[in-house]
Design a binder for this molecule. Structure first.
Ligand code: ADP
Length: 299
């Protein structure tokens, strides 16, 4: 009865990456490597991750009428994402200007561009996508008022998943819709209002008290934790040689959202998502690193 397993509402950015010997100080100019341009943004990443696993996926996002926008549309289509919901124009495509030094430390400037122009009106105009989608996933690289409209637009019976990144305090209306709220430690701390004591189990309890139906805390190489009002389950990480953790959280979230929509219990869905996140860290890049279902199934 649903046309899409997953509708992702979120950002699409071009990541412009330059390697440097040393990141420049104020007023300084340094020479760097050739420019590399990669499709990115948490919304676009999640959509590609889900589609590559075989989920029927749509993206609701906004890009500029420019070469970066076309790059993003191409990468979505190549992964099999339905781009009927990708709006074009209103501002340049969002970009992240990234300098990386030999130790792997980076400095990033983000220009939200068209992402900042994805409005509540755009969400209302996409009502048919919401009615066709089993699960709707969002992040916070688009205006918060747009995320509020996403929650108000959910079709009866569909499920909402939120990764509040970059984190900021959330209105009760958004928190109450999350099933689950997916956070890493930093995001958990901001959502909880700054203080988080004790173990991840304690953090989960503190977050559940804010109203989400369930909580998933990602713990990097330590795996994840799944919590609802009655149970808390630790999900061990898959042991891998980590090469580049960029996009691991996006891949984990997309996989989890998809499997929950298929009706899997949260611990099973998170166990699968942990395999997807682990596969993503074994390869360079974000979208380029996301595995297919066959790669996840491989021993
Ligand atoms: P974020 O990028 O949002 O901070 P994490 O780094 O916690 O998210 O990664 C998300 C998930 O990806 C983790 O819960 C884990 O399952 C998997 N993962 C991340 N890093 C590793 C790693 N080094 N080894 C194995 N799995 C990992």
């Amino acid at each position: 009865m649903y046309d899409y397993d997953l509708l992702v509402v979120g950002s699409a950015n071009a990541d412009l990456v330059i390697g440097v010997e040393r990141r420049p100080a104020a007023g300084e100019t340094v020479l760097g490597s050739d420019l590399a341009v990669h499709p990115g943004g948490k919304g676009a990443n999640q959509a590609v991750a889900a589609a590559r696993l075989g989920a029927r996926t749509a993206l609701l996002a906004r890009v500029g009428d420019d070469a970066h926008g076309r790059l993003l549309l191409d990468s979505q289509r190549a992964a099999g994402v339905d781009t009927v919901g990708v709006l074009v124009g209103g501002a340049p495509t969002g970009v992240a200007l990234i300098t990386v030094d030999p130790s792997g430390d980076n400095s990033i400037v983000v220009s939200p561009g068209a992402n900042g122009k994805l409005t509540p009106g755009d969400v209302r105009a996409a009502a048919s996508l919401f009615h066709a989608s089993r699960v709707v996933s969002a992040q916070l690289e688009i205006p918060l008022e747009t995320v509020v409209e996403v929650v108000r637009s959910l079709a009866p019976g569909s499920r909402f998943v939120l990764n509040p990144s970059p984190p900021r305090p959330l209105p009760d209306e958004v928190l109450a819709a999350c099933d689950p709220l997916i956070v890493n430690e930093h995001e958990a701390r901001v959502i909880a209002g700054g203080s988080l004591d004790g173990s991840p189990e304690d953090w989960a309890r503190a977050l559940l008290a804010l109203g989400p139906r369930s909580v998933v805390i990602t713990l990097g190489a330590e795996g994840a934790l799944v919590a609802s009002s009655d149970t808390t389950t630790r999900i061990p990480a898959v042991k891998v040689e980590a090469v580049d953790t960029t996009g691991a959280g996006d891949a984990f979230t997309a996989a989890l959202a998809w499997r929950l929509g298929l009706g899997e219990p949260a611990p099973e869905a998170a166990t699968y998502a942990a395999r997807v996140g682990a596969a993503a860290v074994t390869r360079q890049g974000a979208q380029e690193s996301f595995p297919t279902a066959e790669e996840v199934a491989a021993p």
